[in-house]
Design a protein around this ligand. Structure first.
Ligand SMILES: Nc1nc2c(ncn2[C@@H]2O[C@H](COP(=O)(O)OP(=O)(O)OP(=O)(O)O)[C@@H](O)[C@H]2O)c(=O)[nH]1
Ligand SMILES: [Mg+2]
Length: 437
């Protein structure tokens, strides 16, 4: 079947046989310093490297506000054109989000593809999505990004340039792509995802029925989340030194010292200014974090500015509705940056410093997770009739029994139980309190 949307999606994958040559553009706005913009461009450089392209030049400009036509000033845009010719660049990538009109004007003036950070991130996600749900989520985000950018006319100009990151959309493929059909596709993907989401919910429910607490590993991309999951559970998840290696969550059972086991999930990494459409599309996969009892927030101690990464992660957590889930900060890669890890540790009470590679600090991490899980599990008192041995057995299986006593009406049990178990056993619950006894 000739499906322009599939082509649109497939064609955003990076052609790995040639490495595109890219010029990066950053704008230093009021209240921001040059260093900050430099760091952001360094990260953008790593992003385009992950996408399969090379930085061949960089341009920055100080401005009060973006120029409505070109984002940078017109003079600077001509300077950018010169630079592109000099370094033989294929594509220009702006660190800031470009409006569709700015993108169009820039491409016309430069005679080459102009895209923004969002397009690069979408492109990397398109390369790394493997499951049905992951692929549908990325496709949806891509189509939402492309829809307002579809233009007639630009296709001819662009097709002479050849393909490039983010440039191979429907608008560029000489195909008469009509918005209506893209909108239909968006509607279909939204429906499919809703369906997949419901399935995931069901799986989540059966997990909840297992009565185990759930813990999710969250954090900035490349912080070492998958390495930690592998170290703790031998999950065999792909962990590599590239951004967004993980898009699909993996869950494994983790035994805690002297406590009940928990379910531990790895999640997609976050990055500064993660495209909103992408967060929106990934809400279902990220729901595992929202529904967790505890978040292990893994921080890369070797990062230039770990605090700003922590901040970026908090922003995304807020956005997906996980802002109020209890969090345990874990400073990883302590083997590479022991001083930073120590500093962060002393500044954040209750945190742990580890190395997911050497195993240093892991015992303390497990102890801390156990403590935190006990502290947040709820202590309930149940009164179970004598003929309901099955209920007594399930309390023992699903929670931690603190004490039992025989009363006239039945067995009185005090136990720490997860929310799911409490919900299921609600008819026997006579009182409950949060935290320790
Ligand atoms: N030296 C050292 N390297 C680490 C440590 N933890 C992770 N790494 C390395 O850091 C890189 C990224 O690790 P991942 O586990 O893939 O990171 P992630 O957070 O899952 O990343 P994404 O899934 O891409 O968001 C890999 O090359 C790991 O080997 C650590 O404690 N010490
Ligand atoms: Mg990972």
């Amino acid at each position: 079947m000739s499906n322009p949307y599939q082509q649109a999606l497939g064609s955003t994958l990076i052609d790995r046989t040639v490495r595109e040559r890219i010029v990066l553009v950053g704008v230093i706005f009021d209240g921001h310093d040059e260093l900050e913009v430099d760091e952001s461009l360094d990260e953008l450089s790593r992003l385009i490297d992950t996408a399969g392209a090379d930085e061949v030049g960089r341009l920055t400009q100080r401005r009060d506000a973006p120029d409505p036509a070109y984002f940078i000033g017109k003079g600077k845009a001509y300077e950018l054109k010169e630079l592109c010719l000099m370094v033989d660049a294929d594509t220009v990538v702006f660190d800031n989000e470009l409006a569709p009109a700015q993108q169009y004007n820039l491409e016309k003036l430069l005679g080459r593809t102009a895209i923004d950070r969002t397009a690069v991130i979408l492109d990397i996600f398109a390369q790394n999505a493997h499951t049905l749900e992951g692929k549908a989520q990325v496709e949806l985000a891509l189509l939402r990004y492309k829809l307002p950018r579809l233009r007639r006319g630009i296709s001819e100009a662009m097709s002479q340039q050849g393909a490039g990151i983010g440039s191979r959309g429907p608008g560029e493929t000489k195909l008469e792509v009509d918005r209506r059909r893209i909108q239909d596709k968006i509607a279909k993907l939204t429906r499919d995802l809703k369906h997949l989401h419901e399935n995931r919910r069901e799986q989540g429910k059966s997990r909840a029925r297992s009565g185990l607490g759930s813990v999710s590993i969250v954090g900035y991309t490349n912080a070492g989340k998958s390495t930690l999951l592998n170290h703790l559970t031998h999950a065999g998840v792909l962990a590599e030194n590239r951004l967004f290696a993980t898009l699909d969550p993996t869950t494994r059972r983790l035994a805690l010292p002297g406590g009940e086991p928990v379910l531990l999930s790895d999640t997609v990494g976050f990055v500064k200014r993660l495209p909103h459409g992408l967060v929106e599309s990934f809400k279902s996969t990220l729901e595992v974090a929202v529904l967790s009892d505890l978040l292990i927030h893994v921080v890369d101690s070797t990062a230039v500015d770990p605090e700003s990464q922590i901040h970026a992660v908090h922003e995304v957590l807020q956005e997906i509705g996980a802002g109020s889930v209890p969090e345990l900060l874990v400073f990883n890669k302590a083997d590479l940056a022991p001083e930073t890890a120590q500093r962060l540790l002393s500044q954040n009470e209750g945190s742990v410093a580890i190395s997911a590679v050497t195993g240093e600090g892991i015992d303390e991490l497990l102890r801390t997770i156990g403590d935190r899980m006990r502290a947040i599990s709820v202590v309930v008192e149940l009164l179970v009739p004598y003929d309901r041995g099955d209920i007594v057995a399930s309390v023992h299986r699903e929670g931690e029994v603190v004490s039992t006593s025989n009363e006239e009406e039945g067995i009185r049990i005090r136990a720490r139980l997860g929310d799911a178990s409490i919900g299921r056993l609600s008819q026997y619950v006579i009182s409950q309190q949060k935290g320790s006894l």
